[in-house]
Structures are given as structure tokens and as C-alpha cells.
Write a protein that binds this ligand. Sequence first.
Ligand SMILES: [Zn+2]
Length: 288
Amino acid sequence: MIENTPPRQLPVCLPPHSDELLSSWISRHAAFYAVPPLVMLRHCLPEASALRATDLQLSSDQEIRLANMFATEPAVVRRMAFTNVAQSSRRLIAARPTQICTSCSPAYTEPAPILRSQLLGWRITCPLCGSQLLDAVGRELPCPFRQYCAAALHGERLLDDEAERDIRTWASPSEIARLLLMRRMTWPPPREENLWRFRVLGAIVPDLDHVIAEQQENLPTPAKPILPLQLRPALLAGVAIVERAGPEMLRMLRGHMMGDNRVRFTDAAENIIARAHRSNVSSQMHLI
Ligand SMILES: [Zn+2]
């Protein structure tokens, strides 16, 4: 069986860059050996379906086999993938790089390594050096939400703690982000062609409606809540504001919804609040 044959160590192994994504490292080896990336991956993991899948799902046996082939430790391979990212945060991982830190991304190698942080849809700063991230092609686009900077950085930290360290406060920040992207109703009701503009987030970040109208930039849906980098601080600040205000703010936001959307929002919000209550009770039990 091919699956049971441990792959031999490659004669030449390229050192990974700090924070490099696993698929990027495999692709750079593929370029070095002049084979397609999937061929390089299947040389080690014959059962692998795609490079992207390997970034997201990696068994400990696969980590060991990759580590053997690339002459490193399984823990190093694990840190390069997203296997540690909490399930609730997975929808915030982009399929392609959406941002870059020009200080930390080595531009001198070909193909250029892709860093793990380039796909994280909750980041506005580089996890390596703390600099502000630039868009995918290295431009600094003007951010219309500068006044929310401190709250946005707090929101980034909350989402990062949940995704990378499985740490939550009273609620899941990624669940809050999802709720904030649902559509809301305004009074008087907007014309049908303008309904898309109004999100729950606009009820707590009032500049948002105006910015969306001006830029004609539709926000993504709650299913894939990755905002363009220059608009992302609004969502991060919204998460931080709700987290700080507590469950009552979620109940208050319900007043901005109508019909089926209101039912969906209420169900999701009450679920979050019930979970917060349960974990509060269980932490108090631990103290007794
Ligand atoms: Zn950096």
C-alpha cells in the first residue's frame, strides 16, 4: 500500500518563512523540483484532494508524514496550517490572500511565500510586527472608520483569541460578527433597490450606512463575513462594542429587524445568550 510507505526526506528542503502557510511552503518546494504543487503534496499524502484542504484539515499522522518529508517537526507543520483554528472562526479564513504586510512578506523570492496571516479575515494588523496590513497588492486604502481605531483593535484581539487560542468572553465574537452583518430595517423603509445597504452593524456604527452608500460597496453575507480591509475596522469595532455592552445590546438590536430576519436574529442571539449564561453558571460552580 502506497499510503503506508513513509515518504523519504527530500534531498533539498527549503526553510519555511516566519508564519508561512503550509500550502505555500509545499508550492515553493514544487516550484523548486519543477512539479505541480498537488503532485508534490500527493508524493507525501497520496490521499490528499487539494492544497487548500491540507491547510484546513490535517491529521496528526499527516503532520508526521509531512514533517518527515520536509525534515522538520510535526509541531512546525501544525503551526503552518489552520487545523488549530476554532470551527466557528473558519468562515473568516479567506480562500486567497486578501492582505499583506510588506515588512514581513519576503518579496525577493519567486514564488513569493504566502503568509498565514494573509488569509485571516479578522486581522487589520500584522501578527508578526504589529504594522497595519495593506490590501492584497500592497496599497494603503483610506479607512473611513479611523475614529473607531481603538475599538477595532480590541475587536481584532477578541476574534484572534477565539480563533487561535479558543478563548471567548461571554459570547463568541465570530457569532457576533455574523449577526452584525444581517440585514436590518430602517424607518421609513428604504426603497427595495437600497435594502442591501442596511446591516445590523449600521445601528451601532452609524457612519456605516453613509460609507456603503457613498462607496457603493456591498458588504459580504453573514455566511462569509470577510470585509474589504478598509471597511473591516467597522465590523471589528462593532464586535468590541457588543462584547463590552453585554447580552442586553443583542436584545436591543432585535428592534432593528423585521419578519423572518427578526426571527432568525432572535433565535441566534438567544442561543448566544443562553450559552453565555450556562458557561457563567458552570464557572461559578467551579468557584464553589
Ligand atoms: Zn509585519
